[in-house]
Design a protein around this ligand. Structure first.
Ligand SMILES: [Zn+2]
Length: 270
């Protein structure tokens, strides 16, 4: 499920594969995912032009198109990925969930895959028309320690895991990375913010930025191979062991409606 590091990786992938290539055709297998424009208009605007650059905000990939005021936005929601291949190339299993395809003049195509159809596609000039973007909190990699302290202290009654996952607090962190951040900071996911010490909060800021930066690096350089000795990401199964101490068992519990994975020995509830 794409979160900040995943979408950052998709941005990297998109820039490496799909910029400055003439778009010859667009197909959309799930037109209902188009949010503010009908498919015929969407296609007419994009065919003949090319993608110029891409940025990320939260879980949105924002793409600038040459000679177009409108930007193309892809929101990945719970599932999704990009796949750049030669046109007519044999389909991988996940290509069954391709919802949008851009065919380029060089005989390659970019497939946007979105299994659960919760993703969204926009083509629009004014990004402020998107509530999800308007209400989004700061980028966790850009927020200073002082700003973070102020933000976290303004939500004393929230559980720390809910706080981290709320897009209006911080942009782009979801279930998987909130677990990883809390594990590294040794904080139980159900801890109320008012019960955290200044030291905990400072550590949280530091670990949040470290986890997100390291994850982006693992995706880009190591092809998503998260070391099981360091990360709990590869241990999201029942009865798996804590990467720090093999004798600790990880547990999963519902927190804020999501399944949190944590080590009850490393992350004591206070
Ligand atoms: Zn442990």
């Amino acid at each position: 499920m794409p979160e900040l590091p995943d979408v950052e990786y998709f941005k990297f992938y998109f820039k490496r594969t799909s910029l400055h290539k003439k778009i010859e055709n667009v197909t959309c297998e799930s037109k209902e995912l188009l949010q503010n424009i009908d498919f015929e208009k969407f296609k007419k605007k994009l065919v003949g032009t090319q993608f110029q650059t891409a940025t990320r905000r939260g879980k949105f990939l924002i793409i600038r198109v040459k000679e177009l005021e409108e930007k193309l936005l892809l929101h990945f929601a719970m599932t999704g990925s990009l796949h750049y291949v030669k046109q007519g190339a044999e389909k991988e299993d996940e290509d069954r969930f391709t919802r949008l395809t851009f065919q380029f003049k060089n005989n390659y195509e970019l497939r946007w895959r979105n299994m659960r159809k919760l993703g969204k596609i926009y083509l629009l000039e004014n990004l402020q028309k998107i509530d999800l973007l308007n209400e989004m909190g700061p980028e966790p990699l850009d927020i200073s320690k002082d700003e973070f302290m102020e933000l976290i202290d303004s939500h004393p009654r929230q559980m720390i895991k809910s706080f981290l996952m709320s897009q209006s607090n911080l942009a782009g962190i979801g279930n998987v990375y909130s677990d990883e951040i809390l594990y590294r900071a040794k904080i139980h996911p159900r801890t109320k913010i008012k019960n955290l010490s200044a030291k905990d909060k400072s550590k949280l800021h530091e670990k949040m930025q470290k986890v997100l930066r390291d994850a982006i690096e693992v995706m880009e350089k190591k092809d998503w191979n998260f070391s099981p000795d360091k990360w709990i990401i590869p241990h999201r199964h029942e009865d798996d062991n804590c990467p720090r101490y093999k004798s600790h068992k990880l547990v999963s519990k519902k927190v804020a409606g999501r399944t949190a994975i944590f080590c009850p020995k490393c992350q004591k509830f206070e």
